[in-house]
Write a protein that binds this ligand. Sequence first.
Ligand code: HEM
Length: 413
Amino acid sequence: MVAANHRIPIQIGSNSRGFRGLGEEAVCVCFIFNQICFIFLIASIVWSNGKPWDDQRKFSLPALRSFGFGKKSLVPQINLESRYLADEIRALHGEPTDLSALLNKATANVISQLVFGRRYEYDDPEFIGALEALADAFGLVSETDPVIVFESLVHTPWYKPYRGCIFKLRDFVMSHLHNHQETFQKDNIRDFVDAFLAHDISKDYSLDTFWRIVLDFFAAGTETTAVVTSWAILYLAVHPDVQKKVQDELDAVVGRGQQPNTSDRPNLPYCDATLMEIMRIRPVLPVSLPHLTSADVSIGPYTIPKGTIIIPNLWAVHHDPKEWCEPHLFNPDRFLSADGQTVVKNEAWMPFSIGRRDCLGMQLAKMESFLLFANLFQQFDFKLPPDQPTPSMRGHTGLSMPPESYQICAIER
Ligand code: HEM
């Protein structure tokens, strides 16, 4: 096993045919031990390898894109959800509140519309229950936890709380799948689940296994973008000078009377640079998902044999002093040209990882995090509650790295 702490080994590891998990041989071993483990590993875009992964990715991406996934046509939907979110925040009247559950509801509704064809009211008990289970599941394990690879460990006593969350989420997804099966019409494909039912791939996966693929999207689509937004609110509350510059730019380019659009983005370099700096300094997945080399690779004096698990340490790359000047300093200007007019890229910026197995939702995530960010800072000043200690900036390590719970006052501008 190799922990890749620098840009070059991550690039090499990521491009080595993009295997993930324990590879084909290990999957067979799992099969001997436990058939459930085998099923779980195969029916999951995040955790499968080889042909099952290829089939799932080839089906999923075009299917989701046909409903607007990562495309401009999704802007009105994201902006509408941003309005629902802003209404909820406004109703708090600036009282100190932990906004993380609200942010999760907004991002969950965006992915829910693509996958299940519906959004939820923010007080819906089924929705709240599923999101609580999701947040708990993300907090209970990390990428290096054995249960991530050997999912059948979920049945052992050590994982009882995690098991509770996963089964709750399975029931949530299954109720949607059964409902879709009952109402399915092949000439009216409403969403990702319908696209699956209409596609040949449904011959290879029963609903009892497909739920796991759906959960991959629901989970990845919900938690990640909400975590970015939560860090953005915290960092900009701690750095009011940056918040002011972001708001001045939004006022000048978008104004107050209309919602931001992706077409505004090229004219909002400071906003863009700030979001990039947030994803650099606090990567959503500080330790990315494991990869497996599919051939021998050489890096300088080292040879990494075929079949080695590579754990990309995105935190280390994003804080490498060889790549970044004063890496622990929050400084959006590092992503701007000298005249402040253009965003400057850096190859060591890789919050979505790189290579064949990079984040499938990257286009959606970039668009959604930008629109949420722009909508929120256009409408609110985010301030730390007076007379309270500054919140910790360390983050809570689990599958993703959200900030530790903090209270914030959102004051309408
Ligand atoms: C800011 C938000 C997000 C960040 C920072 C992020 C980051 C990542 C990272 C680091 C990986 C691992 C890539 C690798 O192993 O090389 C990943 C994989 C993945 N992400 Fe995201 N993600 C985000 C949002 C999303 C969204 C919105 C979705 C979809 C709804 C999504 C779906 C996926 C999927 C399906 C994979 C597995 C891809 C595969 O194995 O082929 N992500 N993401």
